[in-house]
Design a protein around this ligand. Structure first.
Ligand SMILES: *[C@@H]1O[C@H](CO)[C@@H](O)[C@H](O)[C@H]1NC(C)=O
Ligand SMILES: *[C@@H]1O[C@H](CO)[C@@H](O)[C@H](O)[C@H]1NC(C)=O
Length: 387
């Protein structure tokens, strides 16, 4: 990422810089819908041009027409807070050129989505980028993928890349786990009474065992006391740190249970104690989830993996598979519906028409982000009226 001050050129360089409008106009074959949203609200430009150092991930015309046929379009039209959240999630806090992504195969970067009810991650909800063979994909809620089509359209406030699919705001932990088929973990959290505290905590990293992992120790888990089960579950949570995979190095991290986890990077895989991380960087409203292929045991912190084996021995001595189906899943309805935004539903507010005060959930810690949110909200309200 380039330091923001590089954009604050004075003199000759500044006169050469294009405005956002220039870029949108030049790319009208792909960005005319977005352009129409923005062009109908000159205030948006005033605010956007006052913000230096952003990257706009601009959904293409096709991306926005795909959105139009989903239930989200209806929700966006009727919920100004959701619209603000949605649009501010498309603005990265920092100038990231294509080369920044391709030089870092996996990266997470903060966005302007920082509203209570939609993000409980310090510094703003992130998007993850993956670069492979020169192509860049953004991963957002429920592992939705948005591919960069064309890139590095610089304007005075930063740069713009065109994406083929809108970004998905990360949903609550529970909704995301259910959508991902991780129903045993949800059932276990419910049984132990820790589902709500974990969903409402801020800045969490959760290592979530797969259903197979719970099944492999089924003979033990069903007989655990609530206290034992809670200890096991808390051993899967690092609180107060959002550890995206690129931030995890070999070493230890303290868990909410009190004992530490041991991380190893072996044979190209990431292991937590003896469990392998089989899916990483699933974004949730209040942090990040990594899926592991074994249940972690706080009474077995020295368990070590066999990195060349496809599956690991359970970290619970004497455990065997459940006989009556995957533990904890009976009360959890599996669903493939898209996760709703994290946290309790935002307080309904009067709908924002052009000229009415924008009901923005102001983030006191960041007037800069709030200002962009307001701008986005106004522009969005106009656009949705035009749909
Ligand atoms: C965000 O985290 C704080 C602190 O843990 C908590 O009080 C609040 O309820 C959380 N908000 C949401 C929407 O989950
Ligand atoms: C610890 O985990 C290993 C597998 O990594 C297992 O063989 C051993 O039985 C476990 N010990 C206890 C006390 O559960």
């Amino acid at each position: 990422m380039r330091p923001r001050r590089l954009l604050l050129f004075t003199g000759a360089a500044a006169t050469l810089a294009q405005s956002l409008q220039d870029v949108l106009t030049a790319q009208s074959a792909v960005l005319s819908t977005l352009n129409a949203w923005l062009a109908s609200q000159s205030l948006v430009f005033q605010i956007l041009t006052n913000v230096q150092g952003v990257t706009l991930l601009a959904p293409s015309n096709n991306a926005l027409s795909q959105l139009y046929s989903t239930p989200l379009a209806t929700q966006l039209a009727s919920d100004p807070n959701l619209l603000t959240a949605f649009l501010s999630y498309h603005v990265l806090d920092g100038v990231y050129m294509m080369s920044d992504f391709t030089n870092a195969p996996v990266a997470s970067m903060p966005t302007f989505l920082n509203m209570a009810g939609y993000s409980n991650v310090s510094g703003g909800q992130v998007v993850e980028s993956r670069a492979q063979n020169g192509a860049v994909t953004f991963l957002t809620g429920n592992n939705a993928q948005s591919n960069v089509q064309t890139y590095d359209f610089n304007f005075v406030g930063g740069t713009l890349h065109i994406i083929d699919t809108v970004l998905t705001i990360p949903g609550s932990l529970t909704d995301t786990l259910i959508a991902g088929g991780l129903t045993a973990a949800v059932g276990a959290l419910r049984r132990a009474g820790v589902e709500t505290p974990l969903n409402t905590a801020s800045d969490v990293t959760v290592f979530v065992p797969s259903n197979d992992a719970f099944n492999a120790i089924g003979s033990l888990v069903n007989g655990m006391t609530l206290e034992q089960l809670t200890a096991v579950l808390n051993y899967h949570v690092v609180q107060g740190k959002v550890l995206y995979s690129q931030l995890i190095a070999a070493g230890t991290q303290l868990t909410a249970e009190g004992a530490s986890l041991n991380f190893r990077i072996q044979n190209g895989g990431l292991f937590v104690n003896s469990a392998r991380v089989v899916a990483s960087d699933i974004l949730v409203g209040n942090g990040v989830v990594h899926v592991v292929d074994g249940v972690l045991n706080p009474a077995n912190t020295t368990a070590t993996p066999n990195p060349s084996a496809a599956t690991q021995e359970p970290a619970f001595n004497g455990a065997s598979s459940a006989t009556g189906g995957v533990p904890f899943t009976s009360a959890v309805i599996s669903t493939t519906t898209v996760a709703s935004p994290a946290g309790p539903t935002a307080t309904p507010t009067a709908s924002a028409g052009p000229g009415s005060p924008a009901p923005v959930a102001v983030d006191a810690a960041s007037g800069r982000k709030a200002a962009v949110g307001a701008a986005m909200l106004l522009c969005g309200a106009v656009v949705l009226a035009n749909w």
